[in-house]
Design a protein around this ligand. Sequence first.
Ligand code: HPA
Length: 290
Amino acid sequence: MPVSPSLYDSVLAASRSIRQAITTRPRVGIVLGSGLSQLADRVQFAQTLRYVDIPFFPPTSVAGHDGRLVAGAWAGCPVVVLQGRYHFYEGHDLSLVTLPIRVLAHLGIHTLILTAAAGAISPNLQVQDIACIRDHINLLGANPLRGLNDDRLGPRFLDLTTIYDPTLRLAAQHKAQTLNWTLPEVVYAAMPGPSYETPAEINLLRTLGADVVGMSTVPEAIVARQCRLRVLAFTLITNAAAGLGPDPISHQDVLAAGRSPDAQRLADLIERLLSEPVVSQPAEPTNSSA
Ligand code: HPA
């Protein structure tokens, strides 16, 4: 007997209401991070729903996170774009932070593309760089799968060895090359926030092997894997991490970087990827895939 049937029920209710409101069947989901909302302008035949009109979706409380779901076509691929996400630092339980991911999976997507702003820890990264996440370190002190498991939502003991899909990462590398830029692969450290880190914490994260630091992405990636979605994640470097740059870190600067032409570079990359069957089509089933 599952202890939290309400999570499963809320996934069903939210996805039912979205399905009634949109005319497409999305295959790829895209989450737009801080300041990156305008990437949804590329969606054609857009049908927009506000989170407040979707059952069990609370309003977002962060500037730069709009709180809208946009369904339509991007590069000919049926997509659903989340303009704005929920964060642990807003006080939400991680099961709520990740509810939209479960709902997108229930709507029928096979692939999830996550985007997020991040601070650069690695000396090889600069503000405005775009990087592909190859692995993460979860320092939130919480896991979205914690608690008694409802098996209808997926397995409890989840393998995360290749949480960020190697085939999709390779496709991203090739597409970046065709756009004439290099796409560094990074390890993303998730911190709970909402304060930015101290320089001592950034030193610690560097020692642990993190290249970038942010406050999102990781819970969504974990839940996406539990839902058997393929995950690809990009991060836009908006600032040098604490103690590594000349200026204090400000949320306004993070948002402004998201609105820069570099955000459009990220949109170009996503657009090219969506036109590729390796991204727009589900993966071939293999013997090793569960
Ligand atoms: N730290 C944590 N989260 C962030 C940062 C940072 O420096 N920049 C953008 N999101």
